[in-house]
Design a protein around this ligand. Structure first.
Ligand code: NAD
Ligand code: TYD
Length: 352
């Protein structure tokens, strides 16, 4: 694994993954980060990496829906490893406008698979790792866990598009023998998450004294995993996972949304040395998301058994670190809030 092509590396998990790889003492490969830089892509997340590793890290602004461009990149770079993060990822946006989800998540994945198949032919010393979500399995009631053999039952345009891409990836293994691995993970939290997702949105709203919008009655349950743990799992699966197999990844940290928001309110207040209830009064119950999945929870027995991976970061510790990161990185938040990061992208990538 020397020449790694990462798609969507300027997003939340992708940029954490690139930071993770460069932090490994035994990683001496190169990374090409291929990203369209949508509203969710922020190359500033990687400015430090770009400075420290100019010979080993490269960025290309490419839309994975552009099949010709994708093929060109594969032919020139000749990756031996693909880690595919690029996607439209926000459920609410997929409800308001599903089209980009179909184009990027389905057609984009198809283009990458075709390019990999074309340059790799029958090679078996290569791997295409597809990063997916537990949302493909649908919604759980009060009990039960998603296992790798749980039937797919996606219910939002986002999860349906991810499910479709998962099926394509598996089909390329069965039909063409493309060496693939797949992982389906629960909700991530940590640094660099775009503040439209629950946790960074709540933190930013607290800092601005804005309402904290909780959908429905706040009883929906998500399983939370610190993003670094997800990155470790992905790297393990890509290196050592059995080809053609899916691995579920989760945090063993189920929380009701309302409970999570209460914890966040307390942690932010603690960091700012304010009374614990300071932010709780901002909680506002708003109209529920249509088709809102009730509960996600993961059985991670397979990845533990086969690859000895399990989450290492305690939920409260991870949450504390995350809150601290957002409070300390006010410049990053300001760049997003003011759109300054977009101006930077325009200057650096669009007007060249
Ligand atoms: P994100 O929205 O933060 O980042 C997505 C990245 O993909 C951005 O940099 C964006 O510019 C890029 N991108 C979007 N469309 C593109 C296109 N057409 N061509 C090239 N690049 C494009 O997403 P994330 O939260 O980092 O998620 C990464 C992957 O992990 C996704 O595939 C997502 O489905 C999966 N996942 C996310 C979570 C989570 O909790 N965030 C959980 C499980 C799985
Ligand atoms: P989100 O971060 O969008 O992730 P996902 O929908 O992929 O799980 O939302 C996490 C949970 O929080 C989900 O149950 C919806 C809920 N939610 C709110 O209650 N308020 C909000 O403002 C947002 C963005 C999400």
């Amino acid at each position: 694994m020397k020449k790694i092509l990462i798609t969507g590396g300027a997003g939340f998990i992708g940029s954490n993954f690139i930071h993770y790889l460069f932090s490994l003492s035994d990683f001496n490969g190169t990374i090409l980060n291929l990203d369209k830089l949508t509203y969710a892509g922020n190359p500033l997340n990687l400015s430090e990496i770009a400075e420290r590793f100019p010979e080993r890290y490269r960025f290309e602004k490419v839309d994975i829906a552009d099949s010709e461009k994708v093929m060109q990149v594969f032919e020139q770079y000749q990756p031996d490893t693909v880690i595919h993060f690029a996607a439209e990822t926000h459920v609410d946006r997929s409800i308001f406008g599903p089209k980009d989800f179909i184009t990027t998540n389905i057609n984009g994945t198809f283009n990458l698979l075709e390019a990999a198949r074309s340059i790799w032919k029958d090679r078996d010393d290569v791997v295409f790792h597809h990063v997916s979500t537990d949302e493909v399995y649908g919604s759980l009631g009060d009990t039960g866990l998603f296992r790798e053999d749980t039937a797919y039952d996606p219910r939002s345009p986002y999860s349906a598009s991810k499910a479709s891409s998962d099926h394509l990836v598996k089909a390329y293994f069965h039909t063409y023998g493309l060496p693939i691995t797949l992982s389906n993970c629960s909700n991530n939290y940590g640094p660099y998450q775009f503040p439209e997702k629950l946790i960074p949105l709540m933190i930013m709203n607290m800092l601005e004294g804005k309402p904290l919008p909780v959908y429905g009655d706040g009883s929906n349950v998500r399983d939370w995993l610190f993003v670094r743990d997800h990155c470790v799992a992905i790297w393990e699966v890509a290196q050592r996972g059995r080809r053609g197999e899916t691995y579920n990844i989760g945090g063993n940290s189920e929380k009701k949304n309302l409970d999570l928001v209460h914890i966040l309110c307390e942690l932010v207040a603690e960091e700012k040395q304010l009374a614990p209830d300071t932010y709780k009064k901002l909680i506002t119950f708003v109209k529920d998301r249509p088709g809102h999945d009730q509960r996600y929870a993961i059985d991670c027995a397979k990845i533990k058994r086969e690859l000895d991976w399990e989450p290492s970061v305690d939920f409260r510790e991870g949450m504390k670190n995350t809150v601290r990161w957002y409070l300390q990185n006010t410049q990053w938040i300001d760049n997003i809030r003011t759109g300054e990061y977009k101006n930077w992208i325009e200057k650096n990538y669009e007007k060249r």
